[in-house]
Write a protein that binds this ligand. Structure first.
Ligand code: GLU
Length: 321
């Protein structure tokens, strides 16, 4: 059994990121599993090595120790996505050769103008404007003609997605059934600036790193059918998925890097690791009464059934008073 934490080094971790790391760590360790740390630095504009170093330092400070990761290596590395381009290129080539990928020239503004945000989570489903004619309608993916040209060296690339339902069992949110065409649409494999898309990288990495359980926030629940579909197309194993509720601030919004009062820089000035972990364990029902506690101490009481499905509201004062 192998779990993972896969943060993007685009800023200091906040309490919501710590919550994700803690649940993923507890889930893996309570099953006697290995836990790995993968740094998802795909976005060259927003990722910084110093943020990656801070993430590692914050996790160590919290006592969330990992077995494989960027700074200590492991047999499935490298653990920095920026060093794994050859793997993503190979995956893209395989999809391209099967005629499943097409270049897209739509700007974000073009897409916003043609499509209303999706009612469920505000995402935009691509209308298929750049789809080649032979992919219009609901083409059979086994009958698509192989492309006559090699993969274009630059520009956006999209995966053709047929009108199929993907079903999966989320360990925390139960049975899910999502229509790929209407809920996700043709999704990006490579961005306009040449950066690899999250969906492609995460599928290749989870499979090649031997990850068997993905624990992450429920904001990524709708990415899961896309990832399962991609894994199937690439003949890669599909991990089990366990999404968790999100931590929201007092105005009901998901904690983000803008909620400075709950970022690890400030939290570390005011609290001990055991106080932060005790608070998180308490608000998510893992312990009944607030008390300072170490990650290891939580292992014996951790149970996914205690974790709520609905999101959790967090105020600025996490001292448990
Ligand atoms: N890198 C993503 C993030 O920080 C998480 C990806 C995942 O867990 O699949 O939001």
């Amino acid at each position: 059994m192998k779990g993972r934490f896969a943060p993007s080094p685009t800023g200091r971790m906040h309490l919501g990121n710590v919550y994700c790391a803690l649940l993923s760590w507890l889930s893996a360790r309570s099953q006697g599993g290995v836990w790995l740390l993968r740094i998802e630095d795909l976005d060259p504009q927003r990722s910084r090595p110093e943020y990656a170093r801070q993430i590692e330092d914050d996790l160590r400070w919290l006592g969330l120790v990992w077995d494989e990761g960027a700074s200590q290596g492991g047999h499935a590395g490298p653990y920095l996505q920026s060093l794994r381009s050859d793997i993503y290129r190979h995956c893209l080539d395989r999809l391209w050769t099967r005629g499943l990928v097409y270049p897209c020239h739509c700007s974000r503004a073009d897409i916003m103008a043609t499509q209303a945000p999706h009612e469920m989570d505000g995402r935009i489903v691509y209308a298929g404007t750049c789809r080649p004619d032979h992919m219009k309608g609901n083409a059979d993916i086994t009958l698509l003609p192989p492309p006559q040209t090699p993969v274009p060296p630059s520009g956006k690339l999209r995966l053709y997605v047929p009108d199929v339902d993907v079903e999966f069992e989320d360990r925390h949110y139960g049975s899910q059934r999502v229509n790929l065409a209407s809920h996700c649409g043709d999704f990006l494999l490579r961005r306009a600036d040449g950066a690899w898309a999250y969906q492609l990288a995460v599928v290749a990495d989870d499979a090649l790193m031997g990850v068997t359980e993905v624990v992450r926030g429920r904001d990524l629940l709708l990415s899961t059918p896309q990832q399962i579909w991609l894994a199937r197309l690439l003949g890669l194993p599909v991990p089990s998925y366990c999404h968790h509720p999100l931590l929201n601030n007092t105005t009901g919004q998901r904690l983000s890097k803008r909620d400075r009062s709950l970022d690890m820089g400030l939290l570390r000035q005011h609290y001990k690791p055991s106080e932060i972990l005790g608070h998180l364990a308490h608000v998510s029902g893992i312990i009944h009464r607030y008390e300072p506690v170490s990650a290891t101490e939580l292992l014996s009481v951790f149970d996914w059934n205690k974790v709520p499905q609905q999101d959790i509201c967090i105020g600025d004062d996490i001292s448990g008073k």
